[in-house]
Design a protein around this ligand. Structure first.
Ligand code: VG1
Ligand code: CO
Length: 583
């Protein structure tokens, strides 16, 4: 057996290692600086209680982006030197973010071991490659992202760090081959266990959904399907689940081979970046398609996000979670005993609120970022949750789950078409959404992103919006001057959240303007970018009247958009006449 020694390396704090909405994300060249990754990893080990490190089992893997393979070897060596007993690695270093969560919660090693946490190597929807982004985040024993208490501690540690520990003489482990490698260290054995990236996740999905009924749907000649992994890690699961398990044709998968640079694109499943899928689904007006598939979906780099499309039809993520919640009990076996509650992030539309009210479900509104849902789920208060940013999931794990969302939609389609698969016409995605609007009303919704804006300008814009909030009647005067038929602002504040489980308080979670008719404007600064600042503007308007629910979203929202842009002085502050991305 190969033996290793522990080396203590002196280091100095490096600025800017504050984890954002979902971990630390920086350009690859920043991560490659001497000690940069090592400092953050040691700061994380030091933030955990000793029993989660010494003798523990941890998972290390990610979305396969550029620099992951180097980072995995470094983390393995540091884990060994910090007294970790076992490191579990998905084959080729690949594990989707939801699969990591599933592995922490479900996987039992050959010797009965369970994982106590994970380093996930991803910058999610941000581009990858030598000149793009890398990222790292830590997930806890429940399978969810470290809560703010821990991420604050990690950040504090990065500001005082003086040393880190590494097994410098450990040889690199071949992570392309499934199997166990054992080493001997000062504190005994250290194992690296490389395992199949999909097995645990596939097993979990089969325990949640009725695969037989989805299989029948996919086998119907009237149902056509398309899945785009945008060259991210979802491809590794799509093939196993959609093709091998559910019988979809291989040709229905596009961009399903994971690539280190995501083919040079943004692995971000929205109407702007999922270009190929958008064309295939007949949603690009300048490239009309004769007969687009009935159902299409895309994932982001680490496969926790999803975009759901019907034939020539876009489902907003806010509607998607509401529709899943409304149909879950009938359509998905995992929920057959009922939902414990539902939750959404603050900027997500209130479509879910209406469903919760109707079904008399517990309902929670939390700040942006999945870590806030975890406590509710651990406490048995929430079953289904979602974010407007193409994130949907449930308490089967503690991350959002892109493939789960697709299986949920396929289950709903299978349920709505039960006994109808041989019929004239299938119930379509669009039918389901329109029926939902007819029952619950429609929340027109859009998000404007201004990416890579000057950080100072973005701060000034936010400060301007907060200042305005002290005089609501003044705000209403300004609004009336822009658009006389927009309703009045009745409340304006910064969103603050008190966690109902642990009582912790999160402040400054977005600037809100709430209108008398239920409309909302929300402004936030992104916490996942790696350069400059990204301003997000969320615009929402509720329409109950059935005669008014069929409008084009842009038309319905035009007055509110104008109000938002003028009120915030967007162009004056940022110099931008248009957003980078509209979703
Ligand atoms: C964005 C989204 C947020 C999501 C986060 C992580 O955060 O708005 O809803 O939870 O990304 O998603 P921000 O702070 O940039 O707005 V992922 O798929 O990038 O881990
Ligand atoms: Co993601």
């Amino acid at each position: 057996m190969v033996m290793f020694k522990v080396s203590r390396v002196e280091t100095n704090p490096i600025e800017g290692q504050k984890p954002g909405t979902s971990g630390l994300r920086k350009k690859v060249k920043v991560f490659k600086q001497p000690h940069y990754l090592e400092n953050f990893v040691q700061a994380t080990f030091n933030a955990l209680s000793a029993d989660k490190v010494k003798g523990a089992t941890i998972v290390v893997s990610g979305d396969g982006r550029y620099y992951s393979k180097d980072a995995i070897q470094i983390i393995i060596k540091m884990a060994a030197a910090n007294g970790v007993r076992r490191v579990w690695v998905g084959q080729n270093g690949l594990l989707s973010t939801p699969a990591v969560s599933a592995v922490i919660r479900e996987r039992v090693g050959a010797d009965g071991s369970k994982a106590s946490g994970a380093f996930i190597l991803t910058a999610s929807h941000n581009p990858g490659g030598p000149h793009e982004d890398f990222g790292i985040k830590y997930n806890m024993e429940n399978g969810g992202p470290a809560p703010e208490g821990i991420t604050d501690k990690i950040y504090d540690n990065t500001k005082t760090i003086k040393e880190y520990f590494i097994g410098e003489d450990l040889p690199d482990v071949d992570i392309s081959i499934v199997g166990l490698t054992s080493f001997g260290g000062p504190e005994g054995h250290f194992d690296v266990d490389v395992f199949d990236a999909a097995d645990d996740y596939v097993k979990l999905m089969k325990s949640i959904f009725d695969f037989e009924s989805i299989k029948k749907l996919l086998a119907s000649p009237k149902f056509t399907f398309c899945y785009d992994a945008l060259h991210g890690v979802a491809g590794a699961y799509a093939n196993r689940i959609f093709v091998e398990e559910l019988g979809a044709q291989e040709s229905s998968l596009i961009n399903c081979t994971p690539k280190e640079d995501f083919g040079g694109g943004h692995p971000d499943p929205n109407l702007t970046y999922a270009k190929e899928l958008v064309i295939r689904m007949g949603l690009n007006k300048s490239k009309p398609q004769d007969n687009p598939p009935e159902f299409g979906a895309a994932a982001d780099g680490d496969a926790d996000r999803n975009m759901v499309l019907g034939k020539r039809f876009f489902v907003t993520p806010s509607d998607s979670v509401a529709i899943i919640a409304a149909n879950a009990v009938q359509a998905i076996p995992y929920f057959s005993d009922g939902l414990k509650g539902v939750a959404r992030s603050m900027p997500t539309s209130a479509a879910l609120d209406v469903v919760a009210k109707h079904l008399k479900l517990k309902f929670f509104e939390v700040p942006t970022g999945w870590k806030f849902f975890g406590n509710l789920m651990d406490a048995g208060m929430c079953s289904v949750c979602g974010e407007e940013s193409f994130g949907t999931g449930s308490d089967h794990i503690r991350e959002k789950d892109g493939i789960w969302a697709v299986l949920a939609w396929l289950s709903i389609l299978a349920f709505k078409n039960k006994g109808n698969l041989g019929g004239e016409k299938l119930v379509t995605v669009e039918d389901i959404v329109r029926q939902h609007w007819a029952t619950f009303g429609r929340h027109y919704y859009t998000r404007y992103d201004y990416e890579n804006v000057d950080a100072g300008a973005a701060k000034e814009l936010m400060a301007h919006l907060i200042k305005l909030q002290s005089d609501i009647s003044g705000v209403n005067k300004i609004i009336k001057g822009i658009h006389s038929d927009v309703s009045d602002v009745v409340q304006a504040d910064e969103f603050e959240y008190k966690d109902p489980v642990d009582g912790s308080i999160s402040k400054h979670q977005g600037i809100r303007y709430l209108f008398a008719d239920g409309s909302r404007l929300v402004f936030r600064l992104s916490g996942t970018g790696s350069e400059g600042a990204t301003i997000r503007l969320y615009i929402e308007q509720y329409e109950k009247e059935s005669s008014k629910i069929g409008r084009e979203s842009q038309d319905a929202l035009a007055p509110l958009v104008e109000v938002a842009l003028k009120l915030s002085k967007m162009t004056e502050f940022t110099g931008r006449s248009a957003p980078t991305v509209i979703t």
